[in-house]
Design a protein around this ligand. Sequence first.
Ligand code: SF4
Length: 371
Amino acid sequence: MPAPVGLQAAVLRHILKHRFLGTRRFPLVLMLEPLFGCNLACRGCGKIQYPPDVMRRMLSPEDCWKAADECGAPVVAVAGGEPLIHPEIGRIVEGIIARGRYVHLCTNALLLEKNLDKFKPGSHLVWSVHLDGGEEVHDRVVGRKGAYQTVTRAIRAAKARGHRVMTNTTVFVGGSPDAFRAFFDECMGMGVDGMIISPGYAYDNAPERGLFLDRAGTHAWFRDTLKDWRSMGWDFNHSPYYLDFLEGKREYDCMPWGNPLRHVLGWQRPCYLMSEGSPASSYRELLETTPWERYGRASGHPNCAQCMAHVGYEPAAVVEGFASAGNFLALAKEFLSVKRSPRMTARLPAPGVPGAGVPPPSETGSGLPAL
Ligand code: SF4
């Protein structure tokens, strides 16, 4: 939730423009995967099973900028694979920011510390760092002992240099609500600017199929874990309506076009999580030729039945908040009711990190949803 004011304004302008134009389907976040290659092999990953020739492919900076231009979403989430492996990742990000877009640079953070110099801190860039729980859970999920320590050191180093950092957490079967509540405190203690959380999606080709929560399990887990989140000082980078949806207090259907995915094979149909049919060669073709009515929970598609992932459902929650003046006022009231964390960077210096204690960029604040 604590998003830069400029980002909030950009999202608001974007939604109002499309409402004014009467656009039926429009994107909020472009998901951009300039490569599938990764330096981890996580247990719940559905991205690293492509054949070797596909795993070696990379989008050029020009391909990435073209995708951002075609799609027009105010936010571009650069993911993968591990984007820091891409030799031109610095130029890719710079070019997207030069277009006035806000970049969420998604990383497992193993290479973050040594790459920090390639990036200038500012309100248009936020690191979205993969952290799937406390030390034992995260190291188990990513299959690497010591990963948690590397990631948390990198988060502190990035914060110390004035970067905006969010954690990005996927929840799987067996995660203890109490342990996760302690984990959220821990993240806020590191001074992060927000937390993203979503139930894992049961990818057809994920290495472990038993890891994923079904809908009932998702409702129960989020109800237990988030029961009092509004008073806990946890800054989730979500619409509060999406968190209500995870707890089973609201119902939405999926808007897969809200977070379209461009990767090394084209524009994936229908969504970030599932691939059916051949990828589209342009964003326009994706929008115009995908049979959208076949997807989402209401469609009865078996791969959608248990899905509650933010890439599909958060756009619906965000759009609801802007559907009318009344909804907007209700949303604003909702935000004001949430207890904010004190900015913690200054009071939690990490041992051995020079410069810890630098306050976060001033544009970072709380307010309207960052999506
Ligand atoms: S419900 Fe939406 S986001 Fe989930 S798999 Fe189906 S189309 Fe994709």
